[in-house]
Every structure is written in structure tokens, then in C-alpha cells.
Design a protein around this ligand. Structure first.
Ligand SMILES: [Cu+2]
Length: 456
């Protein structure tokens, strides 16, 4: 006589426990693919709760479908080809055609169902880094689930309990799979779209590779001595600029999946850390900074008003991380006179070029032959010459005349007259710059001509 009530009660209990009927899980949604390393336009939600989407630097967001009130995503782990910067591509592992995989965006309170198909040559899993979820959905191979074998599809399903910046990555053969680029961002927006609202919301992962000059597959056993320091698997000048209109509130979300910390530094602005791994930082607990150190496995969201028009450097402050592929065992040549050495060495190595006697800046001006598929160490052209940067470097461009929602590169900043550093005649005696001969040479210097002392 009370069978119907008992049946409904049991069904409700099943749903509450997350045990959706098998039939509902059978058909995975279409696995959207994208291989381009261009920054995709923000993906505004077509269904479900409203939110203000993020812009993934040199990346994209994964479209979802709603099924019976559940937000469904489909990630496919697979080998991908990624352009690290024009002139170099890498053979990586990623998701849905790209490394990092597409950004997943959903809303606090959403129930999400995430299908993960394994097209890698070895088993994998998916760990939802930072999300609070049932133990069985945590994706630690061997501990909370069997590994996902090649060809298999697993489904994860949970309710998003808090908003913030999170990540996804395998918890299976982790060192190898992350060294190969298998990772992505998971953004959970607040339930109320007015809470924490900003005009520009950027996001990227901090990652690193060790790829020998001329090669394209990362060395997976490297622990610390990586040679490509990347944001979303891109190295400068391949990293897109971040743009904002003067007066806009900007958020930049960063997650670090490298093996070392990165002090990320923004010029021309003061920011606050508004979000950490654990969620949003209460306003009264924030303090002003210009550099935020992001440790391994951490996420940080910084916020500030773009109130200073210009082209502002934005980079990791570890100076080796703003260099592209370099050998760290190269001897220091500052002060070494190489003139006699060069002809002797050129008999053995016709392409040999003496360098480093005065520092390494001259490398940006040399037309040095590079192995195929290799990036120059320090590069990137600015309006005044080489920026002498690689790796984790980009430009934050603030303009008065940028339209809201316009993410196009506005070109180089034109400084108002009288606001730029310039050379002057300081009335000083000539300066010797050749450190091996610490005496003035007959070739006297004129400080008004920068670059005069370069032998080119
Ligand atoms: Cu760094």
C-alpha cells in the first residue's frame, strides 16, 4: 500500500548518491576539437545558469550540453601537435586537439558529468585539482578508481560546491603525462554573476617542457632543468598579449603545473591576490603586491584596476624563465678576449661565432643558424628593437580607446611627448666597456648613440 512512496524515496536516494541510471550515461556528448593556439573569444553559456566567461590565453573553453539538468562535457586524452611559438611545434599529450586541454567552465551549484575517453598509448585517469567532491570522483588511479585503459571512456559526476580557479590533470603515470602537457583549467563561476564580477577575466596554466634543440618530443624524466618555460604551452613571442580598457577591473587566473615556483610580476600596476587554491580571499585579508609567487600545484587569481595606459611587461621574474631553449652549462665568457680563438675554432667548426664577451644581449642581433624546430633564446620585436625575452613573458596592453569586450591586439603604445626615457649628453669622460682592457681606447664613446660600441 505504500510501495509507490517507497519506490520514489529509493529513487530520490539513488539520485542524491550520484548513482544516475546507466542509460543516462551511455551516450557521451560530442567531443569538440580545436588545434589552433590563437586565443578563442569568450564562450558565453547557451544554457544553464548565466556567468561571465573567462578568456583562456592561447586557449579555448569546452562547449557543454545540458541533459536533464546536468552539464555534460567530453574530454578526449590524445597525442596533439602544439605550436609553442612560430617556428617551433612540439608533439605533446593533451585533450580535444590541444595542450593544455580546453578550459571547463561551470557554475557553483551545477551538477556536472564529465566523460573522459583515453586515446593515449597508455592508461590514464582524471584528477579534478582543488574541487571538493566525493572520494570516488577524485581520479587517483589505483587509489580511488582503476586506471582508464586505452580505448576506454570513464564518467565522473559531481556537484560543484564552491566557485574559484581549479585545474584538471591525470593522476596516472603523472610525471610523464604532465611533462607531456596533459592538463587543463577548470573554472567554477559564482552562482550570482554580479559577485566577483570583472570586465576582463584571463586564465592560463604555467607549464614547462624539456625539448632538445631540433627535437619535438619533451624529455619526460627531467626534474628541474627544463628549457621551455611556457604559459598554456606557449613561449614568448608566441604568448598573446592581455588587453584592457583604462579603468576596467581585470582578473588574471594562473595555475602552476610545473616542477618549480614562478614569481609572476606585472609592471605599472598594483594588484591583490583575490583567489587562491581554497577559494576567494576576503577583501579585508588582501594586501597590495606587484609580484605573486605561485608554488607548484597552486592557483592564484590576481585583481586590479587597469588604470595606467601603456604596454606593460608581464612575466615570471626568474630570469631563466624568460629565455627559450638554452644550455645552462654554457661557460660565462664575460671579460674573455676571444679574437685570437675564433679563427682557430672556425677551422674546426666553420659556423662557430665568438659570443658572450660583453654579456649575452648580442645574441639577439646575430643571425645565428639554429637547428630546425628551435626557438631563439631571447627574441620578440618591440617598437624599439629586440625585447630580448622568451618563455614566460607577455605584454599587458592598457588603452583608453579600447572597446569593451574587444580582445584584439591594439598594436604598440604611443607614449605622450615628454614621458619617455631618452639618451642625453651627460658631459662625462669616455667610458671603456671592454672589460678585458680596462683602459679608454682610441675609439671614444658617444653616449648619445646607443649601440655605438657594438661591432656590427
Ligand atoms: Cu618562472
Amino acid at each position: 500500500m505504500n510501495t509507490r512512496r517507497n519506490f520514489l524515496g529509493a529513487a530520490a536516494a539513488l539520485v542524491a548518491a550520484g548513482a544516475a541510471p546507466r542509460s543516462a550515461l551511455a551516450a557521451a556528448p560530442e567531443p569538440h576539437e580545436r588545434a589552433s593556439a590563437d586565443t578563442a573569444a569568450p564562450l558565453h553559456p547557451q544554457a544553464g545558469r548565466p556567468y561571465n566567461p573567462v578568456v583562456t590565453l592561447n586557449g579555448w573553453s569546452l562547449p557543454f550540453r545540458m541533459k536533464d539538468g546536468v552539464k555534460e562535457f567530453h574530454l578526449v586524452a590524445e597525442p596533439v601537435v602544439r605550436e609553442i611559438s612560430p617556428g617551433m611545434t612540439a608533439r605533446l599529450w593533451g585533450y580535444n586537439g590541444s595542450s593544455p586541454g580546453p578550459t571547463i567552465e561551470a557554475v557553483e551549484g551545477d551538477r556536472v558529468r564529465l566523460f573522459v575517453t583515453n586515446k593515449l598509448p597508455e592508461h590514464t585517469t582524471m584528477h579534478w585539482h582543488g574541487l571538493i567532491l566525493p572520494n570516488g570522483m577524485d581520479g587517483v588511479g589505483g587509489l580511488t578508481q582503476p586506471q582508464i585503459k586505452p580505448g576506454e571512456t570513464y564518467v565522473y559526476e559531481f556537484v560543484l560546491r564552491k566557485s574559484g580557479t581549479f585545474m584538471y590533470h591525470p593522476h596516472a603515470d603523472e610525471m610523464v603525462q604532465m611533462a607531456m602537457g596533459a592538463m587543463g583549467l577548470f573554472i567554477v563561476h559564482p552562482k550570482n554573476p554580479r559577485q566577483m564580477a570583472v570586465q576582463r577575466d584571463y586564465a592560463f596554466l604555467i607549464n614547462a617542457y624539456d625539448i632538445d634543440p631540433g627535437a619535438s618530443v619533451p624529455k619526460v624524466n627531467t626534474m628541474l632543468d627544463f628549457n621551455l618555460w611556457t604559459w598554456n604551452s606557449r613561449a614568448f613571442p608566441g604568448i598573446a598579449p592581455l588587453v584592457a580598457r583604462t579603468g576596467e577591473r581585470v582578473r588574471i587566473r594562473m595555475g602552476n603545473l610545473t616542477m618549480t615556483n614562478h614569481p609572476i610580476h606585472l609592471h605599472g600596476h598594483v594588484f591583490e591576490v583575490a583567489g587562491t587554491d581554497g577559494g576567494w580571499v576576503p577583501k579585508g585579508a588582501r594586501w597590495p603586491e606587484v609580484t605573486v609567487d605561485i608554488a607548484v600545484g597552486q592557483m592564484r587569481a590576481i585583481e586590479f584596476i587597469a588604470d595606467n595606459p601603456g604596454d606593460w611587461a608581464f612575466h615570471c621574474h626568474k630570469s631563466h624563465h624568460t629565455m627559450n631553449a638554452m644550455g645552462h652549462s654554457v661557460p660565462t665568457m664575460i671579460g674573455v678576449q676571444q679574437d685570437d680563438l675564433t679563427p682557430a675554432l672556425q677551422k674546426l667548426l666553420p659556423d662557430y661565432m665568438a659570443m658572450g664577451s660583453k654579456g649575452m644581449a648580442e645574441m639577439t642581433e646575430m643571425e645565428m643558424p639554429l637547428p630546425d624546430n628551435t626557438l631563439p633564446m631571447m627574441t620578440g620585436r618591440g617598437p624599439y628593437g629586440s625585447v630580448e625575452m622568451g618563455g614566460m613573458f607577455s605584454v599587458f596592453k592598457v588603452r583608453d580607446d579600447l572597446a569593451p569586450g574587444d580582445y584584439r591586439d591594439p598594436g604598440w603604445y604611443r607614449m605622450p611627448p615628454g614621458t619617455q626615457a631618452h639618451a642625453v649628453d651627460a658631459g662625462l669622460p669616455p667610458v671603456a666597456t671592454d672589460q678585458s682592457e680596462p683602459k679608454p681606447t682610441p675609439e671614444t664613446l658617444d653616449v648619445r648613440k646607443p649601440g655605438h660600441n657594438h661591432p656590427h
